[in-house]
Design a protein around this ligand. Sequence first.
Ligand code: T3D
Length: 263
Amino acid sequence: MTYESILFSIDGGIARLTLNRPDRLNSFNDAMHAEVRDALERVKAEASTRVLLLTGAGRGFCAGQDLSDRSVAPGSAPVDLGASIERNYKPLILGLRALPLPVVCAVNGVAAGAGANLALACDLVLAAKSASFIQAFCKIGLVPDSGGTYFLPRLVGNARAMGLALLGDKLTAEQAVQWGLIWQCVDDASLPAVTDALLLHFAKAPTRGLAAVKHAIQAAAANTLTAQMDLERDLQRALGNGDDYREGVAAFVAKRPPHFTGR
Ligand code: T3D
C-alpha cells in the first residue's frame, strides 16, 4: 500500500508513524485510518521492531475525526457514527494497546477529540510545551470516544475527567503532566531530540520484558490484587526463561553494559 496521509518507516528497530494531513490538523478520514491500520500490521509483522513512535506533521498532532467528511446538511441521511467507531477507532486503539512493544507518542501540537485519546492510548506520552489536549466531543454533542471515558478517569480521577469531558476546555501540556495525564512535557525545540533519545533507548531494551510490563499494567485496571499477583508470577516465570533476563543478570554481575536482543 502506498501512503498519502501518513509517513512511515522502520529502521534500526524503530518504527515511526507520522500523521500527515497538516492542513486538516492531521484529522482522520477513512483513507488515513486504512493507512494507519496497514502500517500497524507492518509493525506487527516485522519481528525486529522494538518500539513504535506516533507523532503528527505540522503544527497539530491530531484533531480527531475529519468533520468535513460528515454530511450534516438538513435532510441528509445521518452518518452511522457507531459503525465508524467499530470499523476505525476501536481497532486502532485496541491495536496500539495490544502491540507487544512500547508505543511512544510525541504530541507536537494540539490533540483534540479522538486525537487526544489516541495519544492517551499510547504507552509513554511526551508533549511539546505548546501542545494541548482537548476533549472536543462535548462541543458537537458527542461522548469522548477512542477509549476517552476509560482512560480519563483512570489517569486523572473522576473530578478532572468530568471537567475535561463536560467542558471541552484546552488542557496545556504542562498541566497535563501535573495532572498525571501524560509522562513529560519539553520545550518545543527539544521534542525531536528527547523523543529520539527515548526511541534509541527502547530500541536496545529488553522488549519482551517491556511488553509484559505493558500487559500487566493494562490488566491491573480490571484485576483483583490476587489475580494481578498471579499474572505477575506467570509473567516472571516466562521472562525468567528468556535470553534478556540471562543477559541482564550476566551483565550486572560482570559490571558491563547489557546487550539485549528483545527475546
Ligand atoms: O465521526 C465519527 O466517526 C465519530 C468519531 C468521532 C471522533 C472525534 O474525534 S469527534 C471530534 C472531532 N474533532 C473536533 O471536534 C475538533 C475540531 N477542531 C477544533 O476544535 C480546532 O480545530 C482545534 C481546537 C483542534 C484547533 O484550533 P485552531 O484554532 O488551532 O485551528 P483551526 O483554525 O480551527 O484549524 C486549522 C484548520 O484545520 C482549519 O481549516 P482551514 O480553515 O485552515 O481550512 C480547520 O477547519 C481544520 N480542522 C481542524 N480540525 C478539523 C479540521 N478539519 C476537519 N476536521 C477537523 N476535526
